[in-house]
Design a protein around this ligand. Sequence first.
Ligand SMILES: CC(C)(COP(=O)(O)OP(=O)(O)OC[C@H]1O[C@@H](n2cnc3c(N)ncnc32)[C@H](O)[C@@H]1OP(=O)(O)O)[C@@H](O)C(=O)NCCC(=O)NCCS
Length: 163
Amino acid sequence: MGLVLRVAREDEAELLEGWRRDPESGGTFNDFGLAAEPTSDAPGPAGGHLVVEVDGDPAGTVTWRETRYGPNEESRAFEIGIALLPAARGHGYGAAAQRMLADQLFATTSVHRVEASTDVENLAEQRSLEKAGFSREGVIRGAQYRHGAWHDLVGYARLRSDG
Ligand SMILES: CC(C)(COP(=O)(O)OP(=O)(O)OC[C@H]1O[C@@H](n2cnc3c(N)ncnc32)[C@H](O)[C@@H]1OP(=O)(O)O)[C@@H](O)C(=O)NCCC(=O)NCCS
C-alpha cells in the first residue's frame, strides 16, 4: 500500500472545497448541515490538515487541532479527524493514515496525548482507530448535534507512552 500524508498543493484547493461541500465525501457522521468552511492554512502548531494520498491519488484528508486539559504546555493534546472518499473506504487506509498522523504528531511536537472521538454507531471508525493503536476510553454522552438530534460519541486516545 503506497499511502502518504502530504500537504495539499495549491492547485488542489478547488478539489478539497468540493469534498467539503459534498456530504457523501465526508460521510454521514461528518455531516453537520453547515456551509463548507474555507480551507485552513498550512499545517501549524495549533492544527492543520493533510491529504491522504494512495498510490499517487488523493483519497481523503486527515485533520488535527489543539485541545487543552490545563493551561500548561504539558496539558496540550491533539484531536484528530479523518474523511476518506467512498471508493477509498474499507481497504485499511483509515487505520494506516490515522496511525501515521499520530506518529507524525508525536515525532514533531511534545504532546503526550493524541485523541479522536466518533459516533457510537460509527463502527468502522472505532475499529479503524483500534487498528491504529488507539485505546477506547469511554462514551461521551450527548456531545454532538447532527441531523436534528444529540449523539453519543466514543472517545479514543493514543499516549506517547503507549508506543
Ligand atoms: C471511518 C474511516 C476513516 C475508516 O477508514 P477505512 O479505511 O474505511 O477503515 P479500515 O479499513 O481502516 O478499518 C475499518 C474496520 O472496521 C470494520 N468495519 C467496517 N464497517 C463495519 C461495521 N459496519 N461494523 C463493524 N465493523 C466494521 C472493517 O471490517 C475493518 O476492520 P478489519 O480490518 O478488522 O476487518 C472511513 O471509512 C471514512 O472516511 N468514513 C467516512 C468519514 C468518517 O466516518 N470519518 C470519521 C468520522 S469521526
